[in-house]
Design a protein around this ligand. Structure first.
Ligand SMILES: C[S@@+](CC[C@H](N)C(=O)[O-])C[C@H]1O[C@@H](n2cnc3c(N)ncnc32)[C@H](O)[C@@H]1O
Length: 213
């Protein structure tokens, strides 16, 4: 695996127990909140025949939903081996695992080996990574049609929340941290790649944005 200390922290944090709980929630309730908004926007734009690169896909909500909506080919790059095992199992159950591939590691480090896809998604991944610009750069460079992002708003309360959330890993000397990146910087990085914002919704903590070309 190619992993920085932050991703090693993510690998420990998003363990088998967390993955199993996430899958139970998804099976019970389906896609929710910002993820549902992102999926609705992509489905409304039409995803039939498109390819998907889901970075930090977790248990694979976006992958399962978009495969059912006509996405032909899925790549998932995740720092968590527990999530990858779970998403692969679920894709097998849903009958599309043969059209999917799974890579373990830091997407920024692996990006050079990864083919561009029509749709690239980062659902609550930016907040786990220290260099937001590098992550968005690498993702945007691989987005042929759409880039979908869900990440925290850069509000004072989100920053205060991140400081509190980071107390526990700091005390345990664990490198896993929550990061709040500048919205202006994220958006201008996407724009540098010729991506135009086509949808945005801001909640109290999270925001969802879809960029297209
Ligand atoms: C909060 S979870 C979100 C999972 C899923 N996208 C969701 O919304 O349910 C963050 C995910 O990003 C992954 N991750 C964080 N940094 C990453 C990186 N640099 N490369 C690949 N995956 C990363 C973690 O392993 C984890 O799966």
């Amino acid at each position: 695996m190619t992993c920085c200390p932050h991703c090693q922290g993510a690998d420990r944090f998003f363990n088998q127990r967390v993955a199993a709980a996430d899958l139970r929630k998804y099976r019970r309730h389906g896609p929710r909140g910002m993820t549902k908004r992102l999926l609705d926007t992509l489905r409304a734009a039409g995803v039939d025949g498109m390819t998907l690169l889901d970075i930090g896909g977790g248990i694979g909500v976006i992958q399962h939903e978009l495969s059912a909506a006509g996405v032909t080919d899925v790549t998932d790059v995740d720092a968590s081996s527990a999530y990858l095992a779970m998403v692969r199992q679920e894709a097998e159950k849903r009958g599309y695992a043969a059209r999917a591939r799974y890579l373990h590691g830091d997407f920024v480090a692996l990006a050079g080996q990864i083919e561009p896809a029509d749709i690239v998604t980062l659902d609550r991944v930016l907040c786990c990574y220290p260099d937001g610009v590098a992550l968005v750069n690498a993702a945007a460079a691989r987005a042929k049609r759409f880039l979908g992002l869900i990440y925290p708003r850069d509000s004072w309360w989100a920053r205060k929340g991140a400081v509190l959330l980071n107390l526990y890993p700091r005390l345990r000397d664990d490198p896993f941290r929550t990061y709040i990146h500048s919205t202006a910087e994220v958006e201008s990085t996407a724009a540098d790649h010729g991506l135009r914002k086509v949808m945005h919704y801001g909640g109290v903590v999270w925001q969802v944005a879809v960029f297209g070309r």
